[in-house]
Design a protein around this ligand. Structure first.
Ligand SMILES: [Fe+2]
Ligand SMILES: [Fe+2]
Length: 456
């Protein structure tokens, strides 16, 4: 089968043959680890055209997911020179140079592994889709994460020889949550077993994904930067899927809380706002870890070589950065060079962006006169890597007074929370209907505020 592409694959015979034979194995993985139903149901799906301008890069077709073709697309760049680091001003690389080979290989393998992991972790959600709209969005997510894997495999096979062949096969053998061959990043080993978790994932982890893609979109390695730029056209929809899904969930919870005058609304078919907060605490802290350790010589090396740089790094790259350190059950702050604090800087940018969304939701809840505000957990909370690993902080970043690590659990979803959330997740696919726990598509908190007539 011809692979749709805009990289002139037809003129690269050996590569084209390698990708063709990879297709066979990839489809076997997809069958085993991807969505198991609705594959032949016609849906409105966005398909890439291969053009890279923002207005024409995709078109919506009514096709079944099994007819979607994973294409390999790049967005060309006019720039020819490296923009930052030791080699600033030198020509972009068309092949990986020796000094950057292993860093690039690791980076591309980790990116590809995350794409496959993100399909595996939510594959079962087809069983509980709350509406046709959500089912179609879920398939858009599945198919595009699959395409991202293809685009990374293309880089592995074209530029990394035997290493690329071995690594692209390994991608199909690791599995989300499997103890003997887990996905490379811890966050991709948690299953998102209900839609609330999936919406949190899209809001937070896909947003982290966008930060990671942005950071290499000016990479010295031209094939990586051009592949990533095309992926960045697709990623905003995944993030929107999470933002809108969560807002619809919160809206329905707020409605039921107002009608029943209690937060205890599981029996009324909606998710209590404090439970949504506990889910947020878990997924936010999990995604904080995805940014990596606050202090990282690896991130500094990636910058120095011209592979990866945060957005607006120049604004930070003037003075030192204060980061947390933890020793002898005490916290203190230490100064570090901005270059070593790149992961920390990216996480701060991410938190600032999430704050704007949460502030909007909180303003709406205030307008509804609900006695509830969401909180963004401090970046010390529930960390599993780095200086704050397993340190007992509450979500405000204060040391838990009894000092026991177990105290963190009170802020996380309990087994009972998850069982009750999952009990509400019933599939609804009749036209113009949706499940009880979520407001209809294209509605949100603004509609609820208008309906309850309490706009200040
Ligand atoms: Fe992706
Ligand atoms: Fe994504």
């Amino acid at each position: 089968m011809t692979i749709p592409n805009n990289i002139n694959l037809e003129s690269k015979k050996p590569l084209s043959q390698q990708l063709d034979s990879y297709q066979h194995e990839f489809r076997r993985w997809w069958k085993r680890c991807g969505p198991a139903e609705f594959l032949d149901r016609p849906m409105n799906l966005r398909c890439p055209t291969g053009l890279s301008d923002p207005g024409n890069w995709s078109e919506v077709r009514t096709i079944a997911p099994c007819d979607y073709q994973w294409g390999i697309f790049q967005s060309r760049t006019q720039e020819n020179s490296i923009g930052f680091g030791e080699y600033k001003g030198a020509k972009l690389w068309d092949t990986p140079p020796d000094e950057a080979y292993h860093l690039l290989l690791d980076h591309i393998v980790t990116q590809a592994d995350a794409e496959n992991g993100s399909v595996e972790q939510c594959r079962a959600l087809t069983q509980t889709a709350p509406s046709v709209h959500d089912l179609e969005n879920l398939f858009q997510f599945f198919l595009e994460e699959g395409r991202h894997s293809w685009t990374m495999v293309h880089l592995l096979l074209e530029h990394f020889g035997e290493d690329g062949v071995v690594e692209s096969e390994e991608l199909l053998h690791r599995m989300c949550g499997e103890s003997s061959r887990p996905r490379l990043l811890k966050a991709f080993n948690y299953r998102t077993e209900d839609w609330l978790a999936h919406f949190m994932w899209c809001l937070l982890a896909d947003r982290d994904g966008r930060y990671q893609l942005d950071a290499v979109s000016k990479s010295a390695f031209r094939p990586l930067r051009e592949s990533v730029r095309y992926m960045l056209l697709e990623e905003p929809m995944h993030i929107r899927f999470g933002v809108q899904g969560l807002e619809r969930t919160i809206s329905q919870s707020a409605r039921m809380t107002l009608l029943r005058d209690t937060f205890d609304i599981f029996d009324d078919g909606a998710i209590p706002l404090p439970v949504i907060q506990r889910y947020m605490n878990f997924w936010m802290s999990t995604v904080y870890d995805l940014f990596g350790e606050d202090q990282s010589s690896h991130a500094a090396d990636m910058y120095q070589l011209g592979i990866r740089s945060p957005k607006s790094f120049e604004a930070w790259n003037k003075s030192s950065v204060l980061i947390d350190a933890w020793a002898d059950n005490q916290i203190r702050q230490i100064e570090t060079e901005p270059m070593l604090a790149i992961n920390y800087i990216m996480r701060r940018q991410f938190i600032r962006e999430i704050t704007q969304i949460i502030d909007y939701w909180n303003r709406c809840l205030s307008q509804l006169r609900l006695d509830f505000q969401f909180k963004i957990p401090a970046d010390r909370f529930n960390r599993k890597i780095g200086a704050m690993k397993d340190a007992p902080f509450d979500i405000d970043g204060n040391l838990l007074t009894d000092g026991r690590p177990g105290g963190v659990d009170q802020f996380l979803p309990s087994t009972s929370d998850m069982v009750q959330v999952r009990a509400l997740m019933i599939r609804v696919l009749e036209p113009n209907r949706c499940a009880s726990w979520i407001a209809p598509p294209s509605t949100g908190l603004k509609n609820l505020v208008q309906e309850f007539g309490q706009v200040h």
